[in-house]
Design a protein around this ligand. Structure first.
Ligand SMILES: CC(C)(COP(=O)(O)OP(=O)(O)OC[C@H]1O[C@@H](n2cnc3c(N)ncnc32)[C@H](O)[C@@H]1OP(=O)(O)O)[C@@H](O)C(=O)NCCC(=O)NCCS
Length: 148
């Protein structure tokens, strides 16, 4: 398994994984939203801010981040490849791309949301702590912060 910065050539394989997990991501409900998301991913790829895990031409994990905002913007692992530390490797790679002294933030699900059980346990395991409660695409959400 390889962890690498994704390039424009990876977009179709990337979107196959997004399609697999879109049900649990608020904001990806419609075909138009998926088209918009595809364009967003292409922009992240162009600015070297899209990381993927690749196993024999298949993309098994994806992560988008913003260097400017020091933010993890999107993370998902193929359900068939979970608990193999792929997400952990994606985050470790991201850390090498971000400014060392800056805290890192992200928005995830609130406690009690069944869709967020894995994500919340994962971020806590990596040392993130809970921040303010908020909303994303009209869905209850919570900020998590990694102090550095
Ligand atoms: C959250 C997610 C990215 C984790 O990916 P993953 O590759 O399975 O995670 P890892 O294998 O790197 O997990 C590292 C550690 O986090 C913790 N963890 C991960 N998933 C967990 C779960 N379902 N329950 C409890 N702890 C979990 C464990 O401590 C794990 O280490 P261990 O397996 O040695 O015990 C994945 O479950 C996913 O894609 N979920 C759906 C999308 C999502 O929620 N994305 C984030 C939205 S903000």
């Amino acid at each position: 398994m390889e962890i690498k910065l994704a390039t424009l050539r990876d977009i179709d394989a990337w979107m196959i994984l997004v399609e697999q997990v879109r049900d649990i991501f608020p904001g990806l409900e419609t075909a138009e939203a998926m088209e918009e998301h595809r364009a967003t991913v292409l922009r992240f790829m162009e600015s070297s801010s899209a990381i993927c895990a690749v196993e024999e031409d298949k993309i098994t994990g994806i992560l988008l981040f913003s260097k400017k905002a020091s933010e993890l913007c999107f993370l998902a692992v193929d359900p068939a490849y979970r608990r193999q530390h792929i997400a952990q490797k994606l985050v470790t790679f991201m850390l090498t791309q971000l400014d060392a002294g800056k805290d890192i933030s992200l928005i995830t699900y609130q406690e009690g949301d069944p869709n967020g059980q894995a994500a919340r346990a994962f971020y806590k395991r990596l040392g993130f702590s809970e921040g303010r409660l908020t909303e994303e695409f009209g869905h209850p959400a919570q900020e998590f912060i990694l102090k550095r």
